[in-house]
Ligand binder design. Sequence first.
Ligand code: SAH
Length: 240
Amino acid sequence: MFQGPFAESIIHNAIDEQLLSIHIHNIRDYTTDKHHVTDDYAYGGGGGMVMKPDPIFTAVESVLGLTKSQDSIMQNTDSAVQDLALNTQLPLLSTPIILMSPAGRRFNHEMAKELARHERIALICGHYEGVDERVREQLCTDAISIGDYVLTGGELPAMVIVDAVARQIPKVLPEFAPLNESHANGLLEYPHYTRPPEFRGWRVPDILLSGHHANIKKWRQQQSELRTRAASSQRSILEG
Ligand code: SAH
């Protein structure tokens, strides 16, 4: 699941330039039984399987505590991430260990910025009905939700977080990019236009063609404020 998104565009370049490395570990590889079972029936009944604590604890402790990350699928496809020793000597405590969970804190721009300051982060992807609660209580430092809906697994949420965090790492984006972006300064970004100046009868606002930089700046600021106000009143209507 991870190979596609991380092999493209900005994230791919960032890996290539060693600004970031991504290691993927299969929890199943940390089971000790013959069939590599990672789930079991829920105590108390009810349908659905629950991910067992043992393989997850073992996986996280082994990945963060030391060792070789030979199970990273990115390793084979990208020479830039082959030097996996880079981030693996750090003490366990300094690494946020985050469970992907619809019951977690709602992910946002501030959290992405905060996570980008860490040398490394560990994201745990759940499946089935969820994960034994002791993982959240005793192993994880945090639980994050990417929105108020339920997905079939934690992989997509983890990829969303990696993408958003990667953009906050210095040099991943061009210098100018992160400053005006939506959410960076509490405002949504102004609308963008490119050529042609008229498309199917819809014209680019005259001011953008005027070449008058001060006025353009003012117009963009106004548009940002309008959009932000519109979006926040829409949200407060939705949230009742
Ligand atoms: N029964 C659970 C949902 C399990 S979904 C409940 O009702 O809360 C299976 C896994 O997908 C979860 O363990 C989690 O890792 C991941 N997941 C699903 N939706 C998510 C979301 N909105 N944000 C983050 N992770 C999510």
